[in-house]
Write a protein that binds this ligand. Structure first.
Ligand code: IPE
Ligand code: IPE
Ligand code: MG
Length: 250
């Protein structure tokens, strides 16, 4: 097969990533865990740039789980600070590149300053037409399904809906990212092979890719490798990373 023959239609439309291993990466270098989180931001930047160049429709990143509040208070505090700093520094660049940023999860638990930053970032990029970047923050897959069920229950209580009206497509309308295709490729770094309460509904048919690479070391080549693995599984033919790279807009 020639490089030019690979069509972008074979690429995943929606990639979700569990960015894991920041702490271990830092520890192996004798540094505090937060050093790994900071370095992880570079990996986020590289991943977004590569995915956008490939014309991927949506990328969803797991930044903070509903269980991550159990971490030591100072680590949680530093992660929140980092989140605010990155939102402030990166959102203009995302906007310039026509990306749409959205936060999924229960943001009501974040401090008001962070909630305001989130609103501003979403508002600024709302009408952009390029790749959608979803950042899952205080997100849990069980929370997502529960909040959808709650909205439907409320409609039943109001008499706007009967229990018989509730089917999978009705549920799907209230699950986060209902306007996007379901995830077709899930990537988890750092060698762990579990979902950790990330997207549950949206992963129903996703291919799962687990790599031993720690998140701070994930870069363009790592993403290209994951995508080649996906294409080879889905289409059952041998394509190379070079062919994937050939699809990038120069
Ligand atoms: C992922 O890295 C980042 C977040 C959960 C915020 P970890 O912090 O989980 O790193 P490890 O798994 O302890 O190495
Ligand atoms: C999942 O990673 C959450 C994020 C990447 C934000 P964790 O490192 O928190 O997951 P567990 O605790 O190992 O399952
Ligand atoms: Mg971890």
């Amino acid at each position: 097969m020639q490089d030019s023959q690979l069509s972008s239609e074979v690429l995943p439309q929606h990639i979700a990533i569990i960015m894991d291993g920041n702490g271990r990466w830092a520890k192996e270098r004798g540094k505090p865990r937060v050093f790994g989180h900071k370095k992880g931001v570079d990996a986020v930047r590289k991943t977004i740039t590569t995915a956008a160049k490939l014309g991927i429709k949506a990328v969803t990143l797991f930044a903070f789980s509903s269980e991550n509040w159990r971490r030591p208070e100072d680590e949680v505090g530093l992660l929140m600070e980092l989140f605010i700093t990155v939102l402030s520094s990166e959102v203009k660049r995302l906007h310039k590149n026509n990306l749409r940023l959205r936060i999924i999860g229960d943001v009501s638990r974040f401090n008001p300053r962070l909630q305001r930053k989130i609103e501003q970032a979403e508002e600024l990029t709302r009408h952009n037409t390029g790749m959608v970047l979803n950042v899952a923050a205080n997100y849990g897959g069980k929370w997502d399904i529960t909040q959808a069920a709650k909205q439907l229950a409320q409609q039943v209580a109001n008499g706007e809906l009967t229990p018989e009206d509730i089917d999978e497509s009705k549920m799907a309308q209230y699950i986060s990212m209902s306007d996007l295709p379901d995830v077709d490729l899930l990537i988890r770094t750092s060698g762990e092979c579990r979902i950790s309460n990330f997207l549950l509904w949206q992963l129903a048919y996703a291919e799962m890719y687990f790599t031993p690479v720690y998140w701070p070391e994930f870069g363009e080549d790592s993403l290209v490798e994951a995508i080649s693995w996906f294409v080879n599984r889905e289409r059952r033919f041998g394509c190379t990373g070079e062919q994937i790279k050939a699809l990038m807009e120069k």
